[in-house]
Design a protein around this ligand. Structure first.
Ligand SMILES: *Cc1c(COP(=O)(O)O)cnc(C)c1O
Length: 379
């Protein structure tokens, strides 16, 4: 067998992107410092207008994080104690944490193992008279199957809140994710496809009333300063982060295209190496979906051994997510025993995220694929 060459491949490389926009970022930061306007104000307003336009939404409300985008959106939809919110068990903790923090109950649904996203039949079965909201998650940059989910929601007479935190710019049947439901939530956490230099997030919507409500809840429920008609919180986007996002947003389309090209290259290289014969499954992009590959996640038998092998060859990987939400200790009281959502539990044991970012080079990808194939042939 051919010896593996040496090369370092990080999971993400924020520095590579920063290098390409450094002057513009520093100019934007300087502009904010010189203005001495740090809370809301023109930078935040302009960022909101520009982001709304680029994401094809009528309204965009800048908030403090993706988590707070979910929390304030659930608040705007009136979610509280006694309510149930149907969501995916296979997600980052914030999807369910935001529901539980409002005293509502997350109702976890299993996934379609091919896409890691919600199984629409499971969503339908999970709806009860207590269901207040249905919250699909667009995991890894791929939209959940929204048509059947929107249909179930319409039948139940409840709104859909899209957790698009990992899927900024992704499309479903030619529409921007986050704009198909009542509200969409986006995260600008540093590792996300469009990212701030710290925590930041966005709520998008085409509903005028909901936009006003989210905007009000973002500043302690005050329509006018010091007059509070509802109980909100401090969920504001910093002017500094807004200015940096304004520099980055015009590059988003190109960065997403580069991610897609890199994903296509991984897939081609893996298929040429016939990894399917070793039981490895590659990401899929179902018809009508436009995947942005926030992550390129494969499924591999003996995943943990593969991961160690890759680490030994300087290839950084990650496991999203080792424990599904219904099996988290803090949700034990909800009564989802081991084996209750078997597809998510199985996926948690075999999924592996490979290095993915726009600036990933062909040499790096070849090294990753060779290292994977090297392990498969050895074991
Ligand atoms: C990142 C993420 C969040 C939370 O975003 P933060 O900006 O880190 O608070 C919520 N849901 C999903 C699916 C995410 O990936």
């Amino acid at each position: 067998m051919k010896e593996l060459g040496a090369m370092k491949v990080p999971l993400v490389d924020l520095g590579a992107q920063y290098e390409s926009i450094r002057d513009d970022v520093l100019a934007a930061v300087t502009r904010v410092c010189d203005s001495q306007r740090y809370i809301l104000g023109p930078e935040v307003e302009l960022a909101e207008q520009e982001l709304a336009k680029s994401l094809s939404a009528t309204h965009a409300i800048g908030v403090s994080s993706g988590t707070d985008a979910l929390l304030v959106s659930l608040m705007a939809l009136g979610v509280g104690p006694g309510d149930e919110v149907v969501t995916s068990t296979y997600s980052f903790f914030a999807s369910a944490g935001s529901i539980a923090r409002l005293g509502a109950t997350p109702v976890f649904v299993d996934i379609d193992p091919a896409t890691f996203n919600l199984d629409p039949e499971g969503v339908k079965a999970a709806v009860t008279p207590k269901t207040k909201v249905i919250m699909p998650v667009h995991l890894f940059g791929l939209s959940a199957p929204l048509d059947p989910i929107l249909e179930t929601a319409a039948e139940a007479g409840v709104p859909v809140l899209e957790d698009a935190c990992q899927a900024v710019g992704a499309r479903y049947r030619e529409k921007q994710v986050g704009t198909l439901g009542a509200l969409g939530c986006i995260s600008f956490f540093p590792s996300k496809a469009l990212s701030a230099f710290g925590d930041a997030g966005l709520v998008i919507t085409n509903d005028d009333e909901l936009a006003t409500r989210v905007g009000m809840l973002r500043t302690h429920g005050a329509e006018n300063r010091y007059y509070h008609s509802a109980i909100g919180g401090n969920f504001r986007l910093d002017a500094m982060q807004a200015a940096i996002l304004r520099v980055k947003a015009p590059h988003l389309r190109r960065w997403l295209e580069q991610r897609r090209q890199n994903a296509a290259r991984y897939t081609r290289l893996f298929e040429e190496a016939d990894v399917a014969t070793f039981g490895v499954e590659l990401p899929v992009e179902p018809t009508g979906h436009w995947h942005t590959y926030h992550q390129y996640v494969i499924k591999a038998p003996r995943r943990d051994e593969l991961r160690k092998h890759l680490e030994a060859h300087d290839v950084e990987t990650a496991i999203y997510y080792p424990v599904s939400l219904h099996r988290q200790e803090c949700f034990r009281h909800l009564g989802f025993p081991a084996g209750s959502l078997p597809k998510a539990e199985a996926a948690a044991k075999i999924s592996l995220a490979l290095p993915m970012y726009p600036e990933l080079t062909e040499e790096q990808q070849t090294h990753v694929v060779e290292a994977v194939v090297h392990h498969l042939r050895m074991s």
